[in-house]
Design a protein around this ligand. Structure first.
Ligand SMILES: Nc1ncnc2c1ncn2[C@@H]1O[C@H](COP(=O)(O)OP(=O)(O)O)[C@@H](O)[C@H]1O
Ligand SMILES: N[C@@H](CCOP(=O)(O)O)C(=O)O
Length: 320
């Protein structure tokens, strides 16, 4: 038996929900901005790597998250499972701020659970994915795992727990993401953050997040965009991304109201209100933020489906 699975890229934090808000991405051109995993029954376990960003993966296959997920999954399933051959098409850059590690974790865990008839309940699978993500990035956080798995804009209800709700979104928005081709390891970008923040900062962060969520429920675009201010991570991560402030100033001159750090960076994301703004932003990124040949920019919409089997439409609507 052979099956192909996909999980989308995601923007963690979305500027106002550090570790608790994440958005799944679907490029407008229909391309796969996320990892594709092919599973085939075999006599021994093997892993083959393909895709644009395979050169950024660890040299040792045993260090690859796909095999780590496979071992962790097997340990949790009571029955013996047959050997599998895996082929990972690594379409997301590693250490990019697009939830690359979460994407590989989600596509593998989702695929295994689907392939073997759902032996793990969705909550157990979520916990497993959060643990694997935490082991890679230095702390368990679900703001990439949840949107990549469920799709949409996901809010984690209690930090470090796998309980989430899907929030509304303004469907005409385009999210333009740009990866400069350089690497920031999530664990390193977490080390620059303070362990504690003043009460006034905590209160300000809560007001921005509450304003954003309330605006989404009301469909109030102006309030939503005005609420997108990151007071928790950006002030400390700015120095890792010196292009951020100059690019934001240029975007704002063109009427684009929000440019923020995607996840831990260096990918930046802009929220654009129409196709014209999106094209302007894409041009700005392509001319000023592409620093190596690995760089890329995509105009995206929200991915509403999350992880899925590419062989069958039926799997796209199962209960998760
Ligand atoms: N399949 C995989 N996809 C992405 N990262 C992987 C994979 N397998 C192992 N890794 C390792 O996981 C770590 C992911 O780093 P991290 O900075 O958290 O990336 P990201 O921010 O892109 O999720 C890197 O050390 C990388 O080598
Ligand atoms: N909330 C995390 C998100 C990390 O996302 P990644 O795509 O950079 O792995 C953080 O900000 O550290």
């Amino acid at each position: 038996m052979k099956r192909h699975y996909y999980a989308p890229a995601s923007v963690g934090n979305v500027s106002v929900g550090f570790d608790i808000l994440g958005l799944a991405l679907a490029p407008e051109d229909g391309s796969h901005l996320g990892d594709v995993l092919t599973l085939t029954t075999a006599t021994t376990t093997s892993l083959t790597l393909t895709g644009r960003y395979r050169h950024q993966l660890p040299d040792a296959l045993d260090d690859n998250l796909v095999l780590q997920c496979w071992h962790a999954f097997r340990e949790r399933v009571p029955t013996a499972l047959p050997e599998l051959s895996f082929e990972l098409s690594k379409n997301l850059p590693v250490g990019s701020g697009l939830g690359s590690s979460a994407c590989s974790i989600v596509v593998t865990c989702y695929a295994l659970n689907d392939f073997f008839g759902h032996p793990l309940a969705p909550e157990r699978l979520m916990k497993l994915m959060g643990q694997l993500e935490g082991a890679m990035s230095g702390a368990p956080h679900y703001d990439n795992v949840a949107p990549s798995y469920f799709g949409g804009l996901q809010l984690l209800l209690a930090n470090q727990q796998a309980t989430q709700v899907r929030l509304p979104w303004l469907d005409h928005w385009r999210v333009v993401v740009s990866y400069p081709g350089t690497v920031i390891r999530t664990a390193d970008a977490r080390r620059v953050l303070p362990k504690q923040v003043p009460m006034t900062t905590a209160s300000e962060a809560a007001a921005h997040l509450a304003g954003f969520i309330s605006a989404l429920y009301q469909g109030d675009e102006a309030l939503a965009l005005n609420s997108l201010t990151d007071v928790l991570a950006e002030p400390y991560r700015q120095s890792l991304i010196p292009d951020l402030l100059p690019l934001r100033a240029q975007a704002q001159q063109q009427g684009i109201q929000h440019l923020g750090i995607s996840g831990a960076g260096p990918t930046l994301f802009a929220i654009c209100r129409n196709a014209e703004e999106a094209q302007t932003m894409q041009h700005l990124f392509a001319t000023q933020y592409h620093h190596t040949e690995d760089a890329m920019t995509h105009i995206c919409r929200i991915d509403t489906q999350g992880a899925r089997c590419l062989d069958s439409q039926d799997n796209q609507h199962e209960t998760r």
